[in-house]
Write a protein that binds this ligand. Sequence first.
Ligand SMILES: [Zn+2]
Length: 199
Amino acid sequence: MYEGVVQDLIDELGRLPGVGPKSAQRIAFHLLQADPVDVRRLADVLVEVKAKVKFCSVCFNVTEDDQCRICRDPRRDPTSLCVVEEYKDVVAIERTREFRGRYHVLGGAISPIEGIGPDDLRVKELMTRLMDGSVTELIIATDPNLEGEATAAYLARLISPMGMAVSRLASGLPVGGDLEYADEVTLGRAFEGRRLLDV
Ligand SMILES: [Zn+2]
């Protein structure tokens, strides 16, 4: 244990995802030795990102405006909608350049173990978006793991009475992993080879 504010810093860093106690300590000591100007820049950007960045009112992607860049872009196909778990999945799919439609960010996946159900995700908002009938193809791009599959199955069942084509990314993605960890080529191929769900 360190004294006062140094320990506070280690504790705060240790609460970040993927940062264990050892890494927290290493980062803390790096910051202690760093140039005050560099540390100030980091502190400023942390405050700024929380003040400026919010969620897109349409798709829940992160944005600095009311609507994100993709929702505002008239060249994006409004008939094709891709459902993802997190904002970082939008980034991963955009990198493949395979998709020209729009997105819907659920904010996670169904996980009974963690007590996350459909009501904790932006499912209601998705259904509202689909209501006007302009979307004709829905691509479910949740992660290729247990939670992602459960979420995809749930959504497919829910959406099937609406009569639109519902597809899921092709296999070939690393099973059990996160979408974001798939390389561009693999993810692009999975997108291209997406298969219609028979629901
Ligand atoms: Zn948006």
